[in-house]
Design a protein around this ligand. Structure first.
Ligand code: SAH
Ligand code: SF4
Length: 345
């Protein structure tokens, strides 16, 4: 059965026309779907027969809150959702001066296998549909009563390994008839699937692309991120250059500071060489230790020294403030804990 929230307004118009419905019904239904309702019955401006007919043709997915944690430090809220079919995924609602930001998952698990990440520990279970990614935002707004103005695709999963559905999600969430979050307010974070980055550039969207770089030499990067064996740093940076040249959008680089692996001064010098002349900036993130991995965060002192080297080399670098330090902040940790408690999902 067609998942109705995965349809664009044009597609919905087509589907309804096939059922003999008037085109304006598509606009009405689309608005309801982006509100968020839990059943067709709630769509009160539709006729009763239409409300009764819709479930025969379309599946309306609704996630439920499986678990929720609120940070006592800064009010960051972490949700664990149970999806239609039983799988669980996480999202985080963060409060910044410039508005509320939703961090959403794109897959159940992840197959990229990064050594520092809790999301990849048991591999990929499945990719999320565009509607399931959208649902995380709709139902966070519903649960919190707060408006979300920015979206980061930085939860569990590799967005570019779920390319078609993620692209569809971006079109849905930025649609003027829906919740209309502008593409400039959406960031996509990737571990570096270079060919997909180039394909994304060719879509000419206005997204912010964020690269999880985490090391400046291939040996250290491959040690932490198996994807580097397919797309080494040189290849990845060529794709980033293409992205900037094609879209005019600056690329940002995430760099997890891992003690003794990626935080040495020569690696900072090397990063300066790599990024010199490229518009973009570096976010230094102290590694969030996860118990599945022996990797440890760098000391404050080495983070400061690393940042100084970058800045002296003319590369803008900020140390990322950690939100929700008292809740399971790192990507994948909440779902992981649920799995360990004996869940089958
Ligand atoms: N798969 C995508 C997006 C999801 S991960 C990607 O890898 O970019 C979102 C971000 O969290 C990435 O930058 C990832 O490298 C980072 N991350 C994952 N586990 C982490 C940890 N334990 N500590 C710090 N950052 C982590
Ligand atoms: Fe997947 Fe990103 Fe985690 Fe790597 S860091 S395992 S790509 S979610």
């Amino acid at each position: 059965m067609t998942e109705i929230k995965c349809l664009t307004i044009e597609e919905l118009r087509g589907e309804l026309a096939a059922l003999g419905e008037k085109p304006f019904r598509a606009g009405q239904i689309f608005k309801w779907l982006h509100q968020p309702v839990s059943s067709f019955e709630e769509m009160t401006n539709l006729s009763k027969p239409l409300r009764a007919a819709l479930p025969e043709h379309f599946l309306l997915t609704v996630p439920t809150v499986e678990r929720k944690q609120v940070s006592a430090v800064d009010g960051t809220v972490k949700y664990l959702w149970r999806l239609h079919g039983g799988d669980c995924v996480e999202s985080v609602l963060m409060h910044y001066h410039h508005g509320n930001t939703a961090c959403v998952s794109t897959q159940v698990g992840c197959r990229m296998g990064c050594a520092f990440c809790a999301s990849g520990v048991s591999g990929l279970k499945r990719s999320l549909s565009a509607g399931e990614i959208l649902d995380q935002i709709l139902f966070m707004q519903k649960d919190s009563g707060e408006q979300i103005s920015n979206v980061v695709l930085m939860g569990t999963g590799e967005p570019l390994d779920n390319y078609e559905n993620v692209l569809k999600f971006i079109r849905l969430v930025s649609c003027p008839e829906g919740i209309c979050i502008g593409q400039r307010h959406i960031s996509l974070s990737t571990s570096g699937l270079a060919d997909k980055i180039e394909a994304l550039a060719d879509e000419h969207l206005q997204l912010t692309l964020s690269i999880s770089l985490h090391a400046s030499d291939d040996e250290s990067r491959s040690r932490m991120m198996p994807v580097n064996r397919s797309y080494p740093i040189g290849r990845l940076l060529r794709a980033c250059e293409y992205y900037f040249d094609t879209t005019g959008r600056r690329v940002s680089y995430e760099y997890a500071m891992v003690r003794g692996v990626s935080d040495r001064p020569w690696q900072a010098e090397r990063l300066v060489q790599l990024l010199r002349g490229r518009p973009g900036h570096v976010n230094l993130i102290p590694l969030n230790p996860v118990k599945e991995s022996p990797l440890q965060p760098s000391t404050q002192e080495s983070v400061r020294r690393f940042q100084q080297i970058l800045e002296r080399g003319g590369i803008p670098a900020t140390v990322r403030r950690r939100l929700g330090p008292d809740i399971d902040a790192a990507c994948g940790q909440l779902r992981r804990r649920r799995l360990e408690e004996g869940e089958s999902h």
